[in-house]
Ligand binder design. Structure first.
Ligand code: NAD
Length: 365
């Protein structure tokens, strides 16, 4: 079996799907590993860092792969190089790539979008959403710290005492908890808020205070459900008041399959202190703040709103390492002693598959 990866070509994408550590393990287990030249350079993995890997040009790599690993859907022009019967695995964002899925299906390629994996205990080691969200939460808080005009920690200096920043993290899932942990390490006074009450203990175990707003909206599968109009109004009223004392807000709220919930209104931001900062991790899916512009930094009357995109790519070295391990675990489901073996009775295989046997298996298609 040949496992291969191309250099990622999406704008701003620095990650790579195969890292040296994983390449070495694959090679040791008898797998042939192939990479496009220079694939890992932007993530801090020059070609020389890999052992047991063959380097080729993109077309050769794509045409020789049994399993092609990727971060994002490869360019349309490259998909035609994939061999019939080969397998493409990555964060394929099938809702955005209907045409590419048709092309893959028509070419007889099987494709797996790993973000569709059910988040069961068995899937944890393959959970790209969790691994990349952890990186994003960490990066979001560092962006907040560098853009805030205030120190995070309390300082006692010859020039007097500096009060610590007050940081609020809205949404205490994987990204939010990592953001809280990062703000705590930087010495801020941190609060966390979520509509799922089971997050209270998780927030508190990181040394942060849980903000109680009296709305409980735990949904299915450990996720939140969308709030009713009344719940949303109650949440916003309580939050608006609280925000007047906060220096930095990092928002990470999401509901599966829905646009990001709008939590911070324009008026709420205007009620914050001058110099206050919002970093909106949900910028990619519509934003938790009404003033967020995806990929932009907005000045709104002295308050700053940042909507960063692809935060995980910003820590490309470790984000790649975790992603590659996720890919390796998933691929181990697909490879038997005598080559590729796709078992659609396995729910992890069945639910993440978006193209197989000439058919697109996603959405209405
Ligand atoms: P997510 O990205 O879907 O959402 C982020 C957070 O936003 C969630 O905690 C959600 O409750 C919160 N949220 C939604 N609407 C909100 C609102 N209106 N106001 C405030 N907060 C709101 O979630 P995620 O981080 O991917 O995962 C959520 C949880 O799922 C995790 O914390 C974990 O407990 C669970 N999980 C379990 C496994 C597993 O067991 N294998 C794997 C991954 C995640």
């Amino acid at each position: 079996v040949t496992v291969a990866a191309l250099r990622e070509t999406a704008a701003g994408e620095r990650r790579v799907a195969i890292v040296p550590e994983v390449a070495k393990k694959l090679h040791a287990s008898g797998v042939e590993v192939m990479l496009e030249r220079g694939s890992g350079a932007a993530a801090g993995f020059p070609d020389e860092a890999y052992e047991g890997v063959t380097f080729e040009d993109a077309a050769t790599v794509a045409s020789r792969a049994d399993l092609l690993w990727c971060l994002q859907m490869p360019e349309a022009g490259r998909l035609g190089d994939l061999r019939k019967g080969s397998v493409l695995i990555g964060q394929l964002q099938p809702h955005r790539h209907a045409e590419a899925l048709r092309q893959l299906a028509a070419g007889g390629i099987t494709a797996f979008a790993l973000e569709l994996l059910p988040r069961t205990t068995r899937a944890q080691a393959m959970d790209i959403l969790s691994s990349q969200a952890a990186v994003a939460g960490y990066r979001a808080m560092l962006i907040a710290a560098t853009h805030s005009p205030k120190f995070f920690p309390m300082l006692t200096t010859a020039a007097g005492t500096i009060r610590p920043s007050r940081v609020l993290v809205i949404g205490a899932g994987v990204a939010g908890l990592q953001a809280i942990a990062t703000a705590r390490r930087l010495g801020a006074q941190v609060e966390g808020y979520d509509v799922r009450s089971e997050t209270r203990e998780q927030v508190q175990s990181l040394g942060a205070k849980f903000l109680e707003l009296g709305v409980d909206a735990a949904g299915e599968g450990g996720y939140a459900r969308e709030l009713s109009a009344d719940e949303r109004a109650a949440q916003q009223q309580a939050l608006a008041e609280h925000l007047t004392a906060i220096d930095v807000v990092v928002t990470t709220a999401a509901v599966p399959g829905r646009p990001a919930p709008r939590i911070l209104t324009r008026a709420m931001v205007e009620g914050m202190k001058p110099g206050a900062l919002v970093v909106d991790l949900a910028a990619e899916s519509g934003g938790n703040c009404e003033l967020t512009q995806p990929g932009e930094q907005v000045d709104h009357g002295g308050r700053t709103i940042i909507g960063p995109l692809n935060l995980a790519s910003g820590a490309a070295f470790h984000a790649s390492q975790m992603f590659a391990r996720n890919l390796q675990h998933f691929s181990s489901l697909l490879v038997g002693e005598d080559g590729l073996h796709l078992d659609f009775d396995d729910e992890l295989v069945a639910r993440s598959c978006v193209a197989h046997d000439g058919e697109v298996r996603f959405g209405a298609a």
